[in-house]
Write a protein of this length. Structure first.
Length: 277
């Protein structure tokens, strides 16, 4: 009877582990690198159109089950401001690069469950995803793979000024993306084999949100402004959501630049220009 119960216990452990595969994303599921750019001054209440163009470079050393990721691309966005506070923003961008498949230290494929047979005093160690680990040790698993992605995002929100110096805002909307390249193909194949859990398809979309806080330098932003923006993409389960943070300085002439950190793109730099009509 004890042997039978032990057999069922081991079986349940194996089933639980099999269900916990490492999660991989399409690179397009990263939050759009383009920041929300604010009015140059705090006293403007005129409705109008703003266009921005920016470029970026991003890197990921070893996180989110990928490593040695380097990518570059550009983004264009158009913002229509309805009076002093409300706005609509539409952005589109594209980027490409290369990466290697990996498994983070915190990922499920490195989880080891230990089961002890008290009767025989023998310990069994079972890895959460041996197949994926074995594949990573093959020549294919060690290769570098290319990828390309297009992203589109639509936001509705408020961008308010608290007095003459503080910027505060929030927005919500949807982001879509389309991916291609060897990385996407192999990610799809590994998912079909059950080695990994694909959080999204090559062509997919999800709801997004953004909020930010900033400060203007000088009266009405005479010397520019600095803001911190927090972006989230709500796709899949809560463990599969992606996010990033953007730290942006914008000059009254419309030039802006900054750095970003977050999921899939753990570090990046960007720069661009805003045009007001």
């Amino acid at each position: 009877m004890k042997a039978l119960l032990q057999f069922f216990a081991i079986s349940l452990i194996l089933i639980a582990i099999t269900a916990c595969s490492p999660t991989l994303h399409s690179m397009g599921a990263a939050a759009l690198p383009s920041p929300v750019v604010h009015r140059a001054t705090s006293d403007s209440a005129v409705s109008g159109v703003e266009l921005t163009a920016s470029g970026f470079w991003a890197h990921n050393g070893d996180a989110d089950n990928i490593k040695d990721m380097n990518a570059g691309g550009g983004n264009f966005s158009a913002t229509y401001r309805l009076g002093k506070v409300f706005f609509v923003n539409a952005a589109v961008g594209g980027f490409g690069g290369s990466l290697k498949f990996s498994c983070d230290e915190d990922a499920d494929c490195n989880d080891i469950v230990t089961f002890t047979n008290s009767e025989k005093q023998k310990t069994y160690s079972i890895n959460g995803s041996d197949d994926y680990n074995e594949w990573l040790r093959t020549s294919q698993g060690r290769q570098t793979y290319d990828f390309m992605n297009l992203q589109e995002r639509l936001l509705l929100g408020i961008d308010a000024n608290l007095g003459k110096y503080i910027i505060l805002g929030v927005a919500a909307g949807v982001q879509a993306f389309q991916g291609s390249g060897d990385y996407e193909d192999y990610r799809e194949e590994l998912g079909e084999l059950g080695y990994i859990d694909n959080a999204d398809d090559k062509i997919d979309f999800g709801m997004v949100s953004a909020w930010w806080i900033g400060i203007r330098f000088g009266k009405n932003g005479k010397y520019g402004n600095f803001s911190i923006e927090f972006d989230n993409m709500y796709k899949g389960t809560i463990d599969e959501w992606t996010s990033n943070r953007k730290y942006t300085y914008a000059h009254p002439t419309g030039f802006f630049g900054g750095v970003t950190e977050g999921d899939l793109m753990s570090f990046g730099v960007f720069a661009g220009k805003q045009f007001v009509f």
